[in-house]
Design a protein around this ligand. Structure first.
Ligand code: ATP
Ligand code: MG
Ligand code: MG
Ligand code: MG
Length: 470
């Protein structure tokens, strides 16, 4: 099955089960300042879950565009994490509950996707005997296939309010994908692939930490489209599926480099393919690169991609040429994409040009810094140096970290944050000095430039702490 066919099969299946099929919400959250991006299928439905609004139907299914900033650094390192991905989800707002959610999930994976039962493993929350009974007695799974896990893995909550246990479906890709300590369910390895998370929202956590039964129990599920495609298409990773392969092929053709030449090449191809996809979709939904918040996420992703492109020999803007390739892979799900092709390419190209102006210089400065550290037998880059790279050469912290990791160095992140804070202070007092409101921006900028001897004055939010939803 192609990615598009899987998406359609999922939506058709849940339509048959009485669900209203809704289009994906935009990646930029509407009326939700708690997250920078929609990062799960349920995120646009929070008002339905907590009762602020009434859902148009008490059963809804979607294929939701998601961006997860907490996974940026995973991209290229695991076979299964993206910045942008699509989450298939079915939701019940006070309607059906555990029994239907589990039975339908099982029916979908075994009868529609036809995944072999012997490859499937289930996790449940340790105390969730109800889920155990359903998996064991109703579905007929043997006890050893149902693994009880702790709160960290199988209980969903953010602060107070609606929360509950979850049950996940994992797919065993076989011993050839690894037999190490990390190749266990929920581990870091690539053997067991978590494909679907079923969240049973049955409690309301009070201010004093009590779990009270929720009068209207909800269901919230999420399944990664790219991961499912990688299984059905028997791919080594998500990147060989029809959803991402055209990007890999484009890079191979354009560079003349063989994708599987070595580990570093594979990583570079994957990072570029993922990142240009994420940037394309983010800009499509109206975000623009900038120095703060959402815009800074795009900037970070793009700069990381530009550096990996440099490793493949690119010294000129190149990512923008891949925008049409990305659009081709997603046009079936999002037909409006092609209308914005030119706009997206233009934004990407301008941003590439901007960063390429300082990239080479920044990279040689890093080498110099590392040379000095090596000479004095140290392996931690100071926060001040990392800040200089950020401030003068436009290197986001995670880009610097990436480079350091490759050379087995670490970074003093606390000191970096302190430097960042100092800069914010300077910017603030500069603003106060000249009275922000009354004076034109030109004067403000020239004063800031003098004070800061750099051009960036805007904050670097701790974006990685953005809450994970599912
Ligand atoms: P993992 O443990 O692999 O990081 P997760 O537990 O963080 O996944 P959930 O929050 O449960 O993921 O999201 C539901 C589903 O969405 C996952 O089971 C997976 O199929 C998919 N998914 C989650 N994060 C990503 C990602 N970064 N890229 C692609 N698919 C993802
Ligand atoms: Mg995760
Ligand atoms: Mg997980
Ligand atoms: Mg999960």
């Amino acid at each position: 099955m192609t990615g598009n066919e899987i998406r359609q099969a999922y939506l058709d299946f849940f339509k048959d089960k009485g669900h209203l099929i809704m289009p994906s919400a935009p990646l930029i959250p509407q009326d939700d300042p708690s997250i920078l991006w929609i990062n799960a299928g349920m995120a646009p439905f929070k008002p339905y879950f907590d009762g602020r609004k009434t859902a148009p139907r008490n059963r809804i299914a979607t294929s939701q565009k998601c961006i997860r900033t907490n996974d940026i650094e995973n991209v290229g390192k695991t076979v299964r994490h993206h910045t942008f991905f699509e989450m298939l989800g079915n939701f019940s707002f006070g309607d059906y509950f555990k029994e239907e959610a589990i039975s339908w999930a099982w029916e979908f994976v075994t009868e529609v996707l036809k995944l072999p039962e012997e490859r499937l493993w289930i996790t449940i929350y340790q105390n969730d005997d109800e889920a155990f009974q359903i998996w064991h007695n109703k579905i007929g799974l043997s006890e050893d296939r149902i693994i009880r896990m702790g709160k960290k893995d199988n209980f969903w909550e953010i602060g107070t309010g609606p929360c509950g246990p979850c049950s996940e479906i994992h797919y065993d890709r076989g011993e050839e994908y690894g037999t190490g300590d990390e190749d266990v369910i929920g581990g870091e390895g690539d053997r067991f692939l978590e494909i679907w998370n079923l969240v049973f929202t049955q409690y309301d956590k009070s201010e004093d930490g009590e779990y009270l039964p929720l009068p209207n129990k909800n269901i919230d599920t999420g399944m990664g489209l790219e991961r499912v495609a990688s299984i059905l298409q028997d791919c080594e990773s998500n990147y060989e599926t029809d959803l991402l392969k055209p990007m890999i092929e484009y890079i191979a053709k354009d560079t003349g480099i063989n994708y599987t030449r070595d580990e570093d090449t594979i990583t570079a191809f994957r990072v570029i393919a993922d990142h240009i996809r994420g940037i394309t979709m983010a800009v499509f939904d109206g975000a623009l690169p900038s120095n703060e918040g959402r815009g800074y996420v795009i900037r970070r992703i793009l700069r990381r991609a530009v550096r990996y492109a440099g490793k493949l020999g690119y010294q000129e803007p190149f990512l923008y040429r891949m925008v049409p390739v990305v659009i081709d892979t997603l046009a079936a799900g999002y037909p409006e994409l092609s209308v914005k092709e030119e706009h997206i390419s233009r934004i990407v190209k301008a941003e590439e040009e901007r960063f390429l102006q300082t990239l080479d210089q920044g990279l040689s400065i890093i080498q110099e810094m590392l040379g000095k550290l090596k000479a004095s037998n140290q392996n931690t880059l100071s926060g001040k140096d990392a800040f200089k790279l950020y401030d003068t050469y436009g290197f986001p912290l995670d880009l610097t970290k990436d480079i350091l990791e490759e050379a087995d160095f670490s970074i003093d992140e606390d000191e970096f944050k302190k430097e960042m804070e100092k800069q914010r202070e300077r910017a603030r007092s500069a603003r106060e000095d000249i009275g922000f409101s009354g004076i034109g921006n030109e004067i403000l900028y020239s004063k800031l430039k003098k004070d800061l001897s750099g051009t960036n004055f805007v904050g670097y939010g701790d974006l990685k702490n953005e809450a994970e939803i599912l």
